[in-house]
Design a protein around this ligand. Structure first.
Ligand SMILES: [Ca+2]
Ligand SMILES: [Ca+2]
Ligand SMILES: [Ca+2]
Ligand SMILES: [Ca+2]
Length: 533
């Protein structure tokens, strides 16, 4: 159990002067979809009513995030980032080997630890692991890696490196039996856990995670700070019978086991569609935002003595993030929420929350014109809706998305994938925003990107921390820089708690810069111009 420094909940220390009385700075997002060369629609009928993800990763080796947008029944589209630092967003659609059809979503991770990012493609039908070859070329690796891609309707993904393993453990979430379109209720198919086969650097045969309840998001996360990630599964109550939300205990060498009521796990049924975790209150433990239909949940671990039990209070109402119905327009029907992600969009040192919204499929009891949310965190830890003020309140049928800094100016930009409508890309203009850091952990061995580690940034007596994860959101993942806002601070202390629990040294790093945190070495600053030369 790691120890945490005393953390103050008084967050005013690093607030920007402009935000002190007027509330959070509202960032200005400008739609650059067309100019940036993004032309991608998530297509398809019943089998594609869920899904519609985007993977963000750097396969060109220049530090600029490239992306793959799922096409549903159409081929996935790869976009190479050809923009300049601080400039307009620019992409070129290129052939990469990733242009498979039936892709619902995708997650980047370095499966084989060779320093070149690989991709997991979730599909209606066989899932495919694509090995990165460098230069944004990819090849199928299911056979080489012993990966059984199955034949499900896959809608959830997460990965971790279990203690001592030199190969990842992957959890795949599968939705209903797609052959039961006339009566899908109760036809949830098995989820699967793909663990390493001994030390062979291949996957063993998949292990069914039963009971399975039609998840739309999975996340390996160290909810209790035990040093070991557990598997959160958020399930869609529309289709399961007798199901609920789930948390699996994943202990090396043991069969997975569900946390039960005896362990403190509380029964909860939602239309679970996306998971985002973040330590919002600085107490060392992640809170979890769960998207659903109507009101969304924000779960905070109950205060307790001794080893934590997985009992959570819903603080969504208290913090203003229920986001349960449209906040602009005439709609009074409830919302449908999908991808959720925490990022600091105004760099004030308080992480904010984006939620993609969109009706499942002309469901008459739910809003059709359903704007995305951009919830800005206030000094007191509550959130303020600013999607319409920031320019991202699109009423297209949103699904997956990503908040990522595509032009490396320190301001987090936004891409959203829409069903039956073009994806949208916004540049965050950053006017008046605070300072920032972008950090990338790196270690020797199989788990190069330190999945399961924790990034900590200390300003005065306040620590911001990010768990290094692969998974969650709605069928959308990222690999690359980890961004943190610093408010007015010109520098911050930074350290990495590595996946094996070793605590790195605190280092003071200058703001508004990129730093690579290589284990056992001083942080190294990184500059995009040099990387592209
Ligand atoms: Ca690789
Ligand atoms: Ca917390
Ligand atoms: Ca913020
Ligand atoms: Ca940017």
């Amino acid at each position: 159990m790691p120890r945490f420094p005393a953390v103050s909940l008084l967050l005013g220390l690093v607030a920007l002067p402009a935000t002190a009385e007027e509330g959070p700075l509202v960032p200005r997002f400008v739609d650059e979809t067309a100019a940036a060369g993004i032309d991608s629609v998530y297509e398809g009928e019943w089998e594609y009513m869920v899904g519609g993800g985007v993977a963000v990763f750097d396969c060109g080796g220049d530090g600029f995030p490239d992306m793959l947008i799922a096409g549903g029944s159409a081929p996935a589209a790869f976009y190479r980032n050809v923009g300049a630092q601080g400039g307009p967003l620019r992409f070129e659609r290129q052939q990469s080997g990733l242009e498979l059809d039936a892709v619902t979503g995708a997650y980047p991770l370095d499966v084989d630890g060779d320093g070149i990012v690989d991709l997991a493609l979730l599909r209606v039908g066989e899932n495919v692991l694509m090995r990165g070859l460098g230069g944004c070329r990819f090849e199928r690796a299911n056979e080489a890696w012993g990966f059984d891609g199955g034949d499900g309707w896959s809608t959830g993904f997460s990965a971790t490196w279990e203690e001592g393993a030199d190969w990842p453990t992957i959890a795949i979430g599968n939705y209903v039996d797609r052959n039961e379109q006339m009566f899908p209720w109760g036809s949830c198919t098995d989820n699967f856990l793909h663990r390493p086969a001994g030390n062979s650097r291949r996957f063993a045969a998949p292990f069914p995670l039963t009971p399975s309840y039609c998840p739309l998001s999975n996340l390996f996360t160290d909810w209790d700070r035990s040093g070991r990630q557990s598997l959160r599964v958020s399930n869609d109550r529309e289709y399961y019978k007798g199901g609920q939300e789930q948390l699996w205990r994943i202990v090396p060498g043991e069969a997975p086991s569900l946390y039960t009521a005896d362990d403190g796990w509380q029964f909860l049924r939602i239309w679970g569609m996306g998971i985002a975790g973040y330590d919002l209150d600085g107490n060392g433990y992640p809170e979890y935002f769960l998207t659903s239909m109507a009101d969304n949940k924000l779960q905070k671990l109950n205060p307790q003595e001794g080893a934590p039990r997985p009992a959570y209070a819903d603080i969504a109402f208290a913090t203003g993030v229920t986001a349960h119905r449209p906040y602009v327009g005439d709609e009074t029907r409830p919302s449908t929420a999908w991808h959720a992600e925490f990022q600091d969009v105004n760099n004030d040192g308080r992480v904010d929350l984006f939620v993609a919204k969109g009706n499942v499929w002309e469901m008459p009891d739910f809003a059709i014109e359903d704007p995305n949310n951009l919830l800005l965190q206030r000094e007191d830890g509550t959130f303020m809706e600013a999607g319409h003020l920031a320019g991202v309140a699109s009423v297209r049928t949103g699904r997956g998305g990503a908040l990522a800094d595509f032009n490396l100016d320190g301001n987090v930009d936004l891409v959203v994938v829409n069903r039956h409508a073009p994806a949208e890309l916004w540049r965050n203009m950053g006017e008046g925003a605070g300072n920032w850091l972008q950090l990338r952990p790196l270690q020797d061995g199989a788990n190069r990107d330190a999945i399961g580690g924790w990034l900590e940034v200390r300003l005065g007596d306040r620590v911001q921390r990010r768990e290094i994860t692969v998974g969650g959101g709605h069928v959308s993942g990222q690999h690359g820089w980890w961004h943190l806002g610093l408010g007015g601070a010109q520098e911050a202390e930074v350290r990495l708690i590595w996946p094996d629990g070793e605590e790195g040294e605190w280092e003071t790093l200058p703001a508004n810069a990129f730093h690579i945190l290589e284990r056992g070495k001083p942080a190294a600053s990184w500059q995009p111009e040099a990387a592209r030369r």
